[in-house]
Design a protein around this ligand. Sequence first.
Ligand code: AMP
Ligand code: MG
Length: 309
Amino acid sequence: MKNNLSNIKKAIKYLNNNECIGIPTETVYGLAANAYSDKATRKIFNLKKRPKKNPLIVHYYSLNDLKKDCVLDLNFFKLYKKFCPGPISFVLKLKNDSCISENVTNKKKTIAIRFPSHKLTRSLLKILEFPLAAPSANLSKQISPVSKSDVIEEFGKKIKFTLDGGQSKIGVESTIVSLIGKPKILRLGGIERNSIEKVFIKNKKLKHIKKNIVVPGQGKVHYSPGIPIRLNIRKPKKQEAFILIKKRKYSKKNFYYLSKKNNLKEAAKNLYKTLRKIKKKKFKSIAIEKIPNIGFGETINDRLIRASK
Ligand code: AMP
Ligand code: MG
């Protein structure tokens, strides 16, 4: 804890100075900067080589902090009560007098926000006098980082500091729900569609906007390991890495398991770590067996389809 305290102090120093740092969250590691500062948030886009039109998710400590920037309604409170802090983001109306930098929202009147549950990052947010804009700490379109060493692999010395919070427990990005008009899911992620739908009306299907209509033209390629990926494969080619959903009795050198026993949550957690491992082994391509399209399987398939484009 002592070590954490001195690291948190370091983090605060950098952030108060308009620098970007790596932070752990339960979903993936973030590249964080003061969301109220134009200078700090511009650096996020430059470091990630992220298109300016792709808005950032802002991370808050408490409802009181959030109230300064956003308009909140009943739907928001229902979901907040059930899932926060945790791997869910909301698109909300921005208040006219909010201090959020225009870089964060791409000058829109809406903003994506979330309350991360990771203890270290909550301790940091509690002390700071501003919320943190934090997209995943990877170069645009690449695999998201789930540990401090992944962040260092992405940015090397280009960022001066990363808080070490161990491996991300969820391992995939947050589920994004838009609460502008009728609630809709904009991105599948760390909370299953089903659990969110249940909060509104039993068994009511929420619209899932597959193409991000709020951010037109956002690249479809994402989460890419930089080599071809083939989906729904039964038999891999000889020189190919093969990703399987559950452990088999027999094994081969090129076999990678996402979970021990077909557990889709565990598989989601291990997805980016596995892709990164394979990328380093210099395989020429990746084959993946069919993954059931239910629960976290839906999130995994969403990422794999984009990674394979
Ligand atoms: P990332 O930072 O890579 O996890 O991605 C953040 C996601 O949030 C992107 O898909 C954005 O399009 C989405 N997002 C952020 N702000 C907004 C907003 N104001 N309206 C709609 N989507 C948003
Ligand atoms: Mg990302």
